[in-house]
Design a protein around this ligand. Sequence first.
Ligand code: PAF
Length: 306
Amino acid sequence: MKIIANIAKMQEFSRQVRLGGLSVGFVPTMGYLHDGHLELVRRARTECDVVVASIFVNPTQFNNPADFDKYPRNDQRDAELLLSERTDVLFKPHADDVYVGDASTTVAVSGLTDSLCGPGRPGHFEGVATVVTALFNMVGADKAFFGEKDFQQLQVIRRMVRDLHVPVEIVGVPTRRESDGLAMSSRNARLTEGQRKLAPVIYRALNAAVDAYIEGEDEAVAVVDAARAELSSVEELEVEYLELVDARTMKPAETADENSVLAVAALLGDVRLIDNILFARALAPDAAFDACEAHAVPDVIEYGSH
Ligand code: PAF
């Protein structure tokens, strides 16, 4: 595995790979890797010839600077895990190179960011969309892989790629869970033993909502109430939001259907956990789920002779 820090070298590496007719798969991360990240690498490995993973703890997506400082880091372990999954390149750019001096350009995706994590984390999605755009320009990938656990982020990135015609295909990968259903996350390591035992209530609640839907309930309020009832069984859990939204718009849904996503953010102590369930995936686990309008395929017109 190569470790590249220099942005020009990264761009040149990908250019050479693609000139040679091979595809580049890209997994952007902020490090402190767990099996959910490695699942993205495995997926990239099956779909692309060369796999690049980046580790960059992006300061602009933290609305609280203390969270950025506290963000867990373990470079040596991350490198070993990526190597064990046959990653070809670990890209670790320096913050001063990513954000040059008086950098003043940002990428903001409106609408999709008005709900769920958007209002409570001002600037977060702008920081994500900006750094992901920059990383795409540095890595030059054919496909990029993101987890469905951060579903709103995934939809924001899909929209940004569509709207700015970024030449990369976005692949959403189903959430990886512990055996008791807790979604894998770097934050789980900060749960106390007691909190860790309580945390799976989140996934049970999401499933309770889907069960209600399968049993014939389609009023959003009633579907959400089924989840809320389950969450309320753990009084230590402080729910920040629990909302049924349409996956294509991220706007609140009045009735549940196969485009619905039930999303939750909740605090256990000071650990903020998020999770969601895509109704389409819960109903047909193996079906591809994109929930984004189709890209227009441009015609190629041959004009004159060569
Ligand atoms: O999901 C993450 O780890 C980050 O938001 C990302 C996409 C790597 C951008 O910093």
